[in-house]
Design a protein around this ligand. Structure first.
Ligand code: MG
Length: 256
């Protein structure tokens, strides 16, 4: 069921989302060659806790028998890792790497979710283009995140923009409604048909998250039961914000 949030609930969403954005900012400022993804995890966790929030990804159940809950406060996915990379002292960033950081702050009963792909020093041109297209795909999508449009309009805008730029969206994972639960209805694929799906109504809160890979190739899951990588070993990018549908333009809650 897709819920419509009250004014009071929206205020709580704003707060959780602001803290998630602050945690991203702290991570971004710390990224440099030589730092481990474990250190970035601690920076994000400390930022969230200092603002009275909890890192909601920590302890998130895998849903897979024999795979433990997620151990990190952030998902830290380096280079060909698409999503759900586990932070580690052994993963040290180096010049030319990219890292996708996905994190969720939980405060006062509500969640704020956002993801960014960062560069470590200078990266090659094509990788920078991948990152730019992924971010822009989010903004192409939210042009339709308005009263009067349907969910499929957002999905179609994201997918068609990515594909017209020669990349592919990951089809196995999708955005989602978000509020009291990290993942709520509706599911929001990064592809779809315009004019289809639920009607968008003010008070809906949605996490919209293009995950982009090079054309034609798929993804694989590592034996850790979490990390998703590209099948062909090429880089992947991710960009996500939690938004609020309003009477007018959407509000992006996880941008400072
Ligand atoms: Mg996320």
């Amino acid at each position: 069921m897709v819920t419509i949030k009250s004014k009071a609930e929206i205020e709580k969403m704003r707060e959780a989302c602001k803290i998630a954005a602050l945690a991203q900012k702290a991570v971004e400022e710390a990224i440099k060659p030589g730092i481990s993804t474990w250190e970035l995890d601690k920076i994000a966790e400390n930022t969230m806790r200092n603002h009275g929030a909890i890192p909601a990804e920590k302890g998130y159940p895998s849903g897979i028998k024999g795979v433990p809950a997620f151990p990190g406060s952030i998902c830290a996915s380096v280079n060909d890792e698409v999503i759900h990379g586990i932070p580690s002292k052994k993963v040290i960033l180096k010049e030319g790497d990219i890292i996708s950081v996905d994190l969720v702050a939980f405060k006062d009963g509500f969640n704020g979710d956002c993801a960014r792909t960062y560069t470590v020093g200078k990266v090659d041109k094509e990788t920078q283009r991948l990152i730019n297209i992924t971010k822009q795909a989010f903004f192409e999508g939210i042009q339709y995140a308005k009263k009067g449009f349907r969910l499929g309009d957002i999905c179609h805008a994201i997918g068609s923009y990515v594909e017209s730029n020669g990349f592919s969206v990951v089809k196995e994972f999708q955005g989602h409604g978000i509020a009291r639960q990290m993942h709520e209805d509706p599911g929001i694929p990064n592809y779809g048909k315009p004019g289809r799906g639920i009607r968008l109504e003010p008070g809906m809160t949605l996490a919209i998250e293009p995950m982009v890979i090079y054309g034609g190739d798929g993804i694989l899951q590592l034996d850790d039961g979490w990390t998703i990588i590209t099948e062909d070993g090429t880089n992947a990018a991710h960009y996500e914000n939690t938004i609020l549908i309003t009477e007018n333009e959407p509000e992006v809650l996880t941008l400072l």
